[in-house]
Design a protein around this ligand. Structure first.
Ligand code: PMP
Length: 355
């Protein structure tokens, strides 16, 4: 007898993470190339001496610091084991089998997997020709079964970000019982003043009595803690409360909590590091444009090369130059902005590719 697992999961592809190849430069996972700050390493070491104890499951200290920083109540926050886990908690909190989740496509690879694992239906709305979210088409694709919409801004992997009036018009078009989740994993890399802070957008909606907007953020990208897995969701009280209920107890561990708190304390230094990445992003994009590539304007810590059928070949070419990029075969390649020397190695590879 074999164990009966769910038949609908047999075809689930599973998440394929960016590859780490010894000796090669990894620009495949939108990580920050610089290692953790000494103050963060010290906080990790201190927390490590107490790991015989369970962590504070409610992450009380971290939550109260985030609440103060963002100008919300602690009750309007939920932490998670990376924001990807919060994506799953959000779908679990809103959807049963008969319900649907809507999201742009191409976007964050985990959305379709999570929706399938939870057992809800999914509606993918293609991006525009300029690789941006098609909010009009997304609004038109909402059905009576829709419970949640992921709005990824800046969008992974294309980097495009939504302007304030676009987001507000979209929220106005969404029925109030449908949760709009602004996935802002890359918020700290935004330098376009027309791209609003999603938490401010959400708070303005709540003030108008629209309690259907939530925001996802992470410590994995700008804060450089990808290996520790901490994310958070800013949501109306009722949504945040359900998120905390579907939270797997203790899933944000004590070391991760301590590192996140130390990172908030070192925020100025970390944001200065982000500014360097943003400057490198402009340089890399400019050089790629000069080399004849089409590169959408990007607000993330990565660039998107819409190479279509040549993506696999480009990927191989970069690998032969010892640079690991993230290839979405048949569609395009996403390349993380690294340290200047890493970016130079990638640019040399890109320039020598016959495109
Ligand atoms: N949202 C988006 C748009 C992402 O790109 C990622 C990471 N690739 C996540 C969420 C999840 O990040 P984490 O789980 O590391 O917080």
């Amino acid at each position: 007898m074999t164990v009966r697992t769910r038949a609908d999961l047999a075809q689930l592809p599973g998440y394929v993470p960016g590859r780490t190849i010894p000796g090669a430069i990894k620009l495949a996972s939108n990580e920050v190339s610089a290692g953790p700050l000494p103050s963060v390493v010290a906080a990790i070491a201190t927390a490590a001496t107490n790991v015989n104890r369970y962590p504070d499951s409610a992450a009380t200290d971290l939550v109260s610091r985030l609440a103060a920083k963002l100008g919300v109540e602690p009750a309007q926050l939920a932490v998670g084991c990376g924001s990807v886990t919060l994506c799953q908690q959000l779908v679990q909190a809103t959807c049963g089998e008969a319900d649907e989740v809507l999201f742009p496509w191409r976007s964050f690879e985990a959305y379709p997997l999570i929706v399938q694992v939870v057992g809800a239906g999914q509606v993918r709305v293609p991006l525009t020709e300029s690789h941006a979210l098609d909010l009009d088409a997304m609004a038109a694709a909402i059905t009576p079964a829709t419970r949640l919409v992921f709005v990824c801004t800046p969008n992974n992997p294309t980097g495009t970000a939504l302007r304030r009036e676009e987001i507000e018009r979209f929220i106005d078009a969404v029925p109030e019982h449908v949760l709009v989740v602004l996935d802002e994993a890359y918020r700290e890399f935004v330098d376009d003043p027309e791209v609003p802070d999603g938490v401010e957008v959400a708070k303005a909606q709540w003030a108008k009595g629209r309690d259907n907007v939530a925001v996802l953020r992470t410590f994995s990208k700008a804060y450089g803690l990808a290996g520790l897995r901490v994310g958070y969701c800013v949501a109306p009280d009722a949504v945040a409360e359900v998120l905390r209920k579907v939270y797997v107890p203790f899933s944000v561990n004590a070391v991760a909590q301590a590192a996140a708190i130390a990172s908030l304390e070192a925020e100025d230094e970390l944001m200065a590091r982000c500014a360097e990445i943003v400057a490198e992003r402009a340089r890399v994009r400019g050089e790629l444009l000069a080399a004849g590539y089409e590169i959408p304007e990007t607000q993330g810590n990565f660039v998107w090369l819409p190479l279509g059928e040549r993506t696999a070949e480009f990927n191989e070419h970069c690998l032969s130059h010892k640079v690991v990029v993230r290839a979405f075969v048949g569609d395009g390649a996403r390349v993380t902005i690294g340290e200047p020397a890493e970016n130079d190695a990638f640019l040399a590879a890109a320039r020598s590719f016959q495109h």
